[in-house]
Design a binder for this molecule. Structure first.
Ligand SMILES: NC(=O)C1=CN([C@@H]2O[C@H](COP(=O)(O)OP(=O)(O)OC[C@H]3O[C@@H](n4cnc5c(N)ncnc54)[C@H](OP(=O)(O)O)[C@@H]3O)[C@@H](O)[C@H]2O)C=CC1
Ligand SMILES: N[C@@H](CC(=O)OP(=O)(O)O)C(=O)O
Length: 364
């Protein structure tokens, strides 16, 4: 890795919640060098330090502070080998398409392209094999130089869910049913997000579109890709049924999910076997020695009252997931709790690991 060439990177939506996390993480990256920042016309033309309402408990990195924020136009980012996007979904779709058409490699956090049949939806600790669709995507959308593409990462709640599900399927075969109830942090709604008078002393049992995203995205991520690398195959155990119930809770960062699963295989694995499989799970991002991959993908807690967002969301800089309370379920087979950092592995960290994988696979 020490021989890895430096790659200039841009961040779209650099002033937002996810954008700020990108700036922080990229400021100390071993081979991605912050080069260009983009946001709305409200911010464009100002030095980043003046445009951003910085909300992280670290200083604004010096390199970013002085960069002048640009409009999100591809020509402003033409020197970037990688462009990360934390754009508002209202505008992300068209801007990201324009960047790809300009032959740029885009790693997006937004929902807009996740269902596109030639765009991979990659949770880097789960399905980097889906990168093999990129030559096909390039043949359609980047025919001139074959350098442009879009890779998306998942909805933050989907990300926390699919990591343990992938570990369980790898060890015990297909899952038949998944029931998940989320307790999602306020930061998931961006800044300024949910009004304080709506969320203090309260739980809001609705997050628009979130349940549908969790149910659909899980099947794409845990599915496969055709042998010729031109189509995704949705997960199809009968098919696997996923039911999500999503709630906003007064936590600043870290999505907690109560998960119950039923396996196709009978008899199902025991809680102890589940614990061992989750602990043992490793992934390709680790084998490739991606610098932002967690040392441990899934940390299993044995204390009866963990994981908790305030205590566990920053473990491994928020790059892995925490699981606890593994036990039998009287309705399905097994139930457990998962906690993932929605802004890190749920967003910016996933994009960065995806880009590291793309570099190591020779796609950039
Ligand atoms: N927050 C989270 O935990 C997660 C968020 N996501 C997704 O990531 C994306 C960003 O989310 P988040 O950071 O929370 O959102 P924020 O609302 O905090 O930030 C949005 C960003 O988009 C920019 N923007 C808004 N309008 C325009 C425009 N017309 N042209 C160019 N830039 C514009 C804003 O710039 P300006 O400051 O100039 O207005 C800002 O930089 C969203 O698609 C979201 O769904 C995904 C997973 C988790
Ligand atoms: N909707 C998520 C965050 C998010 O932005 O999701 P998506 O990228 O799928 O729109 C939350 O509120 O916690």
């Amino acid at each position: 890795m020490s021989n890895q060439r430096q790659i200039l990177v841009g961040v779209l939506g650099a002033t937002g919640t996810v954008g700020q996390r990108f700036i922080h993480l990229l400021s100390s990256h071993p081979f991605f060098t912050l080069h260009a920042l983009g946001a709305s016309s409200r911010s464009a033309g100002k030095p980043y330090g003046a445009a951003v309402k910085w909300k992280l408990p670290f200083p604004i990195p010096a390199r970013a502070k002085a960069l002048v924020v640009k409009e999100c136009k591809a020509e402003e980012f033409k020197d970037c080998g990688v462009v990360f996007s934390g754009l508002d979904a209202e505008v992300a779709g068209d801007i990201e398409s324009a960047f790809r058409a300009a032959e740029l490699a885009v790693f997006s956090n937004s929902k807009n392209h996740r269902r596109d049949p030639v765009v991979p939806l990659i949770v880097p600790l789960v399905n980097p094999s889906h990168f093999s669709i990129i030559p096909h995507q390039r043949s359609i959308h980047s025919p001139r130089l074959q350098t442009g593409f879009i890779v998306t990462n998942a909805n933050c709640s989907t990300t926390g869910l699919v990591i343990p599900l992938a570990a369980l399927e790898a060890a015990f075969g297909p899952l038949e049913s998944v029931m998940v109830t989320t307790m999602q942090a306020i930061s998931g709604a961006g800044y300024p997000g949910v009004p304080s008078l709506d969320i203090f002393d309260n739980v809001v049992p609705h997050i628009g579109g979130e349940e549908e995203k969790m149910e659909w995205e899980t099947a794409k991520i845990l599915g496969g890709i055709s042998h010729d690398g031109t189509a995704f195959e949705m997960h199809a155990t009968n098919p696997m049924r996923v039911s999500a119930a999503c709630n906003r809770v007064p936590v600043i960062e870290g999505h907690t999910e109560a998960v119950s699963v039923r396996f196709a295989r009978r008899p199902p694995p025991s809680p102890q076997q589940i614990r061992e499989a989750l602990e043992a799970y490793t992934c390709e991002a680790q084998t490739l020695e991606c610098p932002s991959a967690p040392k441990k993908v899934i940390y299993v807690h044995d204390e009866p009252d963990r994981p908790q967002p305030r205590l566990d969301r920053d473990f491994q800089a928020g790059a892995g997931v925490n699981v606890g309370r593994i036990r039998e379920c009287a309705v399905l087979d097994i139930k457990f709790v998962v906690l993932s950092n929605n802004v890190c592995i749920g967003a910016a960290t996933s994009s960065i690991i995806n880009a590291e994988i793309a570099v190591f696979k020779g796609l950039i």
